[in-house]
Ligand binder design. Sequence first.
Ligand SMILES: CC(=O)N[C@H](C=O)[C@@H](O)[C@H](O)[C@H](O)CO
Ligand SMILES: CC(=O)C(=O)O
Length: 320
Amino acid sequence: MASRKKKLQGLVAATITPMTEHGEINFSVIGQYVDYLVEEQGVKNIFVNGTTGEGLSLSVSERRQVAEEWMTKGRNKLDQVVIHVGALSLKESQELARHAAEIGADGIAVIAPFFLKPWDKDVLINFLKEVAAAAPALPFYYYHIPALTGVKIRAEELLDGIQEKIPTFQGLKFSDTDLLDFGQCVDQNRERQFAFLFGVDEQLLSALVMGATGAVGSTYNYLGKKTNQMLEAFERKDFSSALNHQFCIQRFINFVLKLGFGVSQTKAIMTLVSGIPMGPPRPPLQRASREFIDEAKARLESLDFLSSTYLKDRNLESCS
Ligand SMILES: CC(=O)N[C@H](C=O)[C@@H](O)[C@H](O)[C@H](O)CO
Ligand SMILES: CC(=O)C(=O)O
């Protein structure tokens, strides 16, 4: 049985893996990154080596080192560190799961294998079970991201009876816009203490209404503070101000989505907002264009997401 420490709640930043200009991992800024998340964004949970962290583009050895560095630098500062250990090779995934347990992580998460794919629920559960069994004391989260894995097995179906197969199952990270599926995951598991973590940042408010207990996302790296204000408004049942916060966040995300938004752009935006150099992404991803950076910066400023004194006197559609 997994050690039932406190349930993973609130915002979880999907960490970026900082890189040098030469494409090597830049471990030296991770300590600063932890402080930035905690102090500037009010975010104390992280999800390491996921989509945003380019986990699948790193070698197993790099993934181990990145996880270790976050554990070391996060000690006594972060609440929970969840390590994504999904891989195409079950062996590698198990190795990473065992390693996460050894270094004292708070949980592991796994995506569906996406090259030779599981074709139905039982096949997928069997794969996940083998990974979970390699870290029998760690809470296990299934990371549902069908648009990227191509594995479209509904989460609701997967969760049906999952605890009998995977005793350490503790929750779901749901990165999809199907709120029927998400709502049914919550509705059908009310008796269980699962964490329901939503992963589409621009739609989080709707997921909160549907019962989300928290959220994992890339934008919480730099919009954590803003999103926390939305969570607080929701908690005190001030839905109109929660909606204002969500619309404000949407205006930014909508803007960058139209320019073309992914991991490379997340790295550029985080560099801009935090001042911590995140570096380029690893191929096949390409660094964000100069035009993207300039436009994103102007937008961040106009929404008052970037502290900029010179803009203060202008007529802003400020969100604060
Ligand atoms: C595909 C992807 O990376 N999704 C992220 C998490 O799952 C989100 O945090 C998005 O980056 C965010 O919602 C913006 O679309
Ligand atoms: C967003 C997210 O959860 C990830 O990057 O894996």
